[in-house]
Design a protein around this ligand. Sequence first.
Ligand code: BGP
Length: 466
Amino acid sequence: MKKTIDEKFLWGGSSAAFQIEGGWDADGREPSVLDTKIDIPKNITDFKVASDHYHHWKEDIKWMSEAGFKSYRFSISWSRVWSFKNNAPNKPGIKFYNDVIDELIKYKIEPIITMYHFDLPDHLQQQGGWLSRATIDEFERYAKLLVETFGKKVKYWLTINEQNMMSLVPEALYGKKAIMKETYQSNHHMFLAQAKAIKIVHQLSDSLVGPAPNINSIYPNSNKPEDYLAAINFANIRNWYYLDVPVFGRYNEIVLDLLAKNNSMFDIKEGDMDILSDPLSKPDFIAFNYYTTATVKAWDLSEDDSSNSSVKSDQQSLFGIKNWFQRIDNSNLPKTQFQWEIDPLGFKTTMLELTTKYHLPLLLTENGIAALEQLDENNEINDQYRIDFYTAHLKQMFEAMEMGVDLIGFNPWSAIDLVSSHQGMLKRYGFIFVNRTDDNLKDMKRYPKKSFYWYKEVIKTNGKNI
Ligand code: BGP
């Protein structure tokens, strides 16, 4: 059935605590794995100050309201609201998020909150991180704290941001390579933690909750059957594994086969599958991040080449898994300045695939284009490329909705400029410019870009002029 955009549609923008907040050790906050990351290249900033949202939140929310945002998708920093030192909630951290949520509500902006966006508390990492089952209990306690504390004011929760990217490209996000068996063991623990968190939201509140993986269509490089098989393999490894578990409560066969063939099957303890398939742990919607599609072909590298297989990865360029698939550029698509392919039609196909596989409402929690940007002589940023990028994507979004995709909101990345996950402040995505660079904190002043005014009009008119 054709879906239309009405006043309830959640037009907004997105961020993540470690990339926007700064104030990394303020008011009792303890370090996360991203604060203790030691391999950040010299010319790239760390996450200690970021966009200093911790001290600019009022002003930033005012800008969001000025743009007409109906929603704001952001994450809570676990390390800010829970003190492992004191084994107790960190009150100033909780106050910060209460203030942010209240301010959003004051402007009629719906908070959409991610419980965990890459920033595991370092204390837990030291105890084994996600490889340890104790982290599942810690996450359960944390989710309970969040829902008990903020649950009445927050209608939309997201559990874990991009569990798939954390697993597939840990070297891009944390600077560490991973062993397949350990990755999938950690994944299993994250799935259990997520299932428990979803259940908590359902038991303790009337709010809605969903996972937030990064999902995109996978193209075969040619009509060779071997390339199509590679595309099926990668789609299951990258996408469906991460949704089959929460939505259907069971593991994806193709990925289990990959693990068995690589001697990497993880341990499932008695009772685990009951936790995963508990009806109260089924998500109410699927949140997803979409930046681009991926193209693959059958693996044809020699043994020697394959030893380098995951060297040049970021979220969009995972190189391949021996004998399963090999990533390849798509020569039909233009690229951003940071080499991510631009594929608006892929946005539609991704939504169609999600809808026909899982039949749940969808919520777009990231989409956007990064660029190198500097204020011009009039203190302006003429980011027409961002307007063009979003225009093309929104056209496809409207078409997908016409075809029956039940999309409840569009929250692109990022609401304001923030620090990239691994490429610093150079790589900007926001509707609002933040005046700092990687090596100079300057005055942190906010300047709306051209795209800010364009997006304001889109929201106001519900996209009628797209
Ligand atoms: C997603 C992450 C975000 C954000 C975005 C852009 O994978 O969820 O945290 O960083 O990608 O990526 P990057 O900052 O690497 O350009």
